[in-house]
Design a protein around this ligand. Structure first.
Ligand code: BTN
Length: 262
């Protein structure tokens, strides 16, 4: 326990995410910067955010690029004895918590436009609005999020932008509050408490998809997310649950007869 931690009814509670916030104009990657701070002993809840990254990265070694000021680029240090075991739950609940905040920012009708693409992409009108990256550090994890506020005209069509004027710092604080609440529950109880809500916003449910995994590509109909947060596919060989992978929707016309019917 560190100074500033409160004594809650269940024992010591970690301080809130955002207890220390560092804003940088430019950085290689907020993930790398925060990892360095973590290695030097930064406490739980330390946040690094930047206007621009020169080496921003996404999942599976992809680059994450955004023009200066066009994206909210943030990394948060989560220290917990529940990690790394609870890392999967943590990564699933972040886009869910952000969905609630962004639905309020976008206003009326926004809930229908937002969805979560398993495991942790937040979609707006079917395009990727926000991605989450969880990376382990000693005694915890650095959780990064990149949220497109605006996109250049030549941006890939599978990306989406928030598209309404926001005060980035205000938005950051609202997200940190939502992530803090969700993280506390996920670290203590895992994904199960979030499953009912996650299923209501799960993208491509009932549709034919491919799942790129480390051992190859799986084809199936996207059925569900189980209480541990695994993706459940109805494959030609029966129902199977997956811990990781990249979901790709089959477009109409690309439907493969091997994908089991719903
Ligand atoms: C993904 O969807 O592939 C995850 C994207 C995560 C991007 C964010 S931007 C802030 C933080 N710093 C990085 O280098 N990556 C994450």
């Amino acid at each position: 326990m560190t100074p500033g931690d409160a004594q809650g009814p269940l024992g010591p509670e970690p301080a809130a995410l955002g207890r220390r916030i560092l804003h940088l104009r430019e950085v290689d990657s907020t993930q790398d910067h925060l990892r360095r701070l973590a290695e030097a002993g930064a406490p739980h809840g330390t946040v690094v955010w930047a206007d621009e990254q020169t080496r921003g990265r996404g999942r599976r070694g992809a680059r994450w690029e955004a023009r200066a000021g066009d994206a909210l680029l943030v990394s948060v240090l989560v220290r917990s004895p529940a990690l790394p075991a609870a890392g999967a739950a943590l990564s699933l609940v972040w886009p869910l918590a952000a969905l609630g905040v962004l639905a309020r920012v976008l206003g009326r009708g926004a809930t229908e436009r937002l969805a979560v693409k398993w495991p942790n992409d937040l979609l707006l009108d079917g395009g990727k609005l926000m991605g989450v990256l969880v990376e382990g550090v000693e005694g915890g994890a650095v959780v990064g999020a990149g949220l497109n506020l605006a996109l250049p005209p030549d941006a890939p069509k599978e990306r989406a932008q928030l598209g309404v004027p926001v005060d980035r710092e205000g938005l950051l604080h609202a997200l940190l509050k939502a992530w803090d609440g969700a993280s506390r529950i996920a670290l203590e109880r895992g994904f199960a408490p979030f499953r009912p809500l996650y299923r209501t916003v799960l993208a491509y449910r009932g549709e034919a998809v491919t799942l790129a995994t480390e051992s190859g590509s799986e084809l199936g109909r996207l059925c569900d997310v189980d209480p541990q947060g695994r993706l459940v596919l109805e494959t030609p060989g029966g129902r199977r649950a997956f811990w990781a992978g990249e979901v790709q929707r089959l477009r109409p016309g690309e439907e493969d007869p091997r994908a089991a019917p719903p």
